[in-house]
Ligand binder design. Sequence first.
Ligand code: LFR
Length: 496
Amino acid sequence: ANQTTVLAFDMGASSGRALVGRLIAGVNGSRKLEVTEIHRFPNHAVQVGNHLHWDILRLLREMKKSIRFAFQQGYEPATFGIDTWGVDFGLLDANGELIGNPYHYRDPQTEGLIDEVNALVGKMKLFKESGLQFMPFNTLYQLYAMRKAGSPKLDIARTLLLTPDLLAYLLTGIRSCEFSMATTTALYDPDKQAWNKELMGRLGIPADLFLDPVHPGTIVGPLSAEVMAELGVPAMQAVAVGTHDTESAVAAVPAGDDPFAFLVCGTWSLLGTEMDGPLLSDETLALDFSNEGGVGGTYQLLKNIMGLWILQECKREWDEQGNEIGFGELAAMAEGAEPFRSLIHPDDPRFFAHGGMADKISAFCEETGQPAPRNEAEFARCIVESLALRYRQALEQAERLTDRTYAGLHMVGGGIQNKLLCRFTANAIGKPVWAGPVEASAIGNMLAQLLATGECKDLREARELVAASFPVDVYEPEADSSWADAYRKFLGFGRT
Ligand code: LFR
């Protein structure tokens, strides 16, 4: 196999996927990336007592299965990369064994800790030293919660591995720390480009748990001898990709040289723009944006938006009541429902936790003097319209922060399969939406592998490969003044 073949694991909050990418030579030196999904599996949070966990060993088993499938199907990937959601981690003991089950970022243990830590450290100082939006799940709060709970795990821990690094370790036996994930912890100082040991000391977080970060595109090392023997496969090299899924997704935005705005759309919606470095201004703090490190030396100035989680949770509830409606059908039903009957602010904190989502939406509507949605169609319409309006607000904020205007919005990720959301977003922002690719995280993951092996020389060339390989759907805004009226009403919710 002289064809370059790579394997990407992309772990989302509701499913994990393994995809094979092959670099295909076309005519006159052109190349294409051909992507095939070889395995998809559910990823469910598991409640144990008061805590919510990831089923990390299940993910490992499914990854091993994926590797076996890949070779059985005749692919011979030379490298693999892993990307997952941000912030979460596992701890290793002195023997290199995993201590306990990693917590899920929606575990309630960090409730109230943003304010507590701000009082201790100072909000401005914490922002300047982390560059991050104040999200309750940031690694800092999780470790501080464990310290406050007197967790013995912290006492016996020797190494902290962020989820993608942990999964890579379970396959290779090699400990590493990848930069893009490190920047989601709030314990990494993007200005000094170093772990913030002083802050760890103040919060009682052991400072020697953290490894020096390596940048996306670094080869970590081969599968362990045990895993090769167990699976009967040859050595594959693990590559540290943009292991934070959001960063892999942004790497796969088929944009050219001009500054661009993106929306990574999945369980979360991450809206922002690519930068050369962090923007640690007072205004960034005031508008509650994050600076997250990415592929190719970039930084993403972005806002975390609650995203399709709200709809996923409603659907889960209806499914449990025996009322199973597919996402496609829900979108079609929403399209037929009355416009702008009820709106929510998706980032009201009540929508963060599991459960009771439809009731929370109704309560929000009642508190804000609006009628509550009456049926699934109206709930779905309310969510999709509200997200589109929130995107407009975040896009305008990004423009203000960077003092630029963007010609349109690149939408990538699984959420763009919701065409109603893409259409409404174009209407809300009054600019075109360019939607694609859907599997952006997995593709960006592959690109970092191609950067590591020298198949792509830089991010720009990697993005040209995306543009040459995957279609983009264009949504032009429709002339409809009711979006402007709805936006005024939305701004009345008064949240940045
Ligand atoms: C998206 C994402 C976001 C992060 C959230 C929680 O999948 O990675 O970027 O804020 O999950 O980790």
